[in-house]
Design a protein around this ligand. Structure first.
Ligand code: 173
Length: 324
């Protein structure tokens, strides 16, 4: 009786140890999105998550928790910093409360593939590690310039008398154009337009149909400026805790994800056509005014960046610029 009990106990112990070893090799990362679940950014991410999970059995799994209903948009950065979640899809403008440098990423003029080659990606990670307790994993959106969308017609780059919904992305530029600005997460834009709290908003070229803003939009101002940055970020201790096999697997999948960014230029063209079809008129400036408008966007933003962190802005600027 006793011998048999010991044998059973020993077998159970062996089984527990084996499954323990297996479990130690598979990690599950909790992922949230600062952008809405039904928006284009999350829609494009979820098939990737599924692929990661299918191919990553026994190594690494990602558990998508949800969008801003799970964690409010402007709190996602701190959730990553403190390890409340492991990974998030967000943009720097949503976590300037963690570090003001986060919003500098909109100023890249080269692809993320080039950023990995020229040292920009490593320079970003140095700051993200030190100030954000985060690893900057991958950029999932590029070639999506921002625009001003408005319900009031303007005939020159002057937003005097207009109330415009912003995030930190647009604040300094729109204020330099004399707008009154109101910060809201994307989830509050529709209501703000509907109630007339704002006359317009900043947003990239793509995505205004996702939350039905086209119903409340009359004009888009061209040209666009900056480049919408949407990226995956990860809690640094969670990243460091990965085994080599897990980290290599994750990095391989992140590069595959970035390789799919070729989607975005075509999407921009489609969205412009769709906006036109929806009756949204384009406000265009002449060539010289357009150039001055774009130049001002970058000048104002780099000046603001230098004010917030001169050392980091100085390091990033040559690495983010278009090669000449
Ligand atoms: O909410 C925003 O307008 C914003 O800051 C942003 C940033 C990147 C992509 C889309 C929106």
């Amino acid at each position: 009786m006793k011998a048999r009990f010991l044998k059973t106990a020993a077998a159970a112990l062996v089984a527990a140890t084996v499954s323990g070893a297996v479990m130690a090799q598979e990690v599950t990362l909790r992922l949230v999105s600062a952008f809405a679940e039904n928006g284009i950014y999350v829609k494009r991410l979820l098939p990737w998550v599924q692929k990661v999970n299918t191919e990553g059995k026994g190594v690494l799994q990602i558990n998508f928790i949800g969008g801003p209903k799970a964690i409010p948009t402007f709190e996602v950065g701190n959730a990553v910093k403190t390890g409340v979640v492991d990974v998030a899809l967000s943009t720097g403008a949503f976590y300037t409360n963690v570090m003001p440098e986060a919003d500098f990423l909109k100023l890249t003029e080269i692809t993320v593939a080039e950023q990995r080659k020229n040292g920009a990606f490593d320079a970003i990670n140095k700051v993200w590690n030190e100030k954000g307790n985060m690893q900057y994993l991958a950029r999932t959106v590029e070639n999506q310039p921002f625009h001003i969308y408005s319900n009031k017609k303007i005939d020159k780059p002057d937003l005097s008398g207009l109330k415009i919904r912003i995030t930190p992305v647009y604040r300094d530029f729109f204020q330099a154009l004399n707008a009154s600005v109101i910060t809201t997460p994307p989830g509050e834009v529709y209501t703000a337009l509907e109630r007339g709290v704002v006359d317009g908003y900043g947003w990239p070229i793509g995505g205004i149909f996702d939350l039905n803003w086209h119903e409340k939009t009359k004009f888009r101002v061209d040209p666009g400026f900056y480049d919408a940055e949407v990226s995956l970020i990860m809690n640094l201790p969670a990243y460091k805790k990965l085994t080599d096999a897990q980290r290599n697997y994750l990095n391989k999948q992140l590069l595959a994800l970035e390789a799919e960014n070729t989607f975005w230029p075509g999407f921009a063209a489609e969205e412009m056509a769709r906006q036109e079809k929806a009756g949204i008129q384009t406000i265009k400036f002449d060539a010289a005014t357009s150039k001055a408008f774009r130049d001002k966007a970058y000048e104002v933003a780099w000046a603001s960046a230098a004010k917030q962190n001169a050392e980091v802005a100085g390091r990033f600027k040559p690495l983010f610029a278009k090669p000449r």
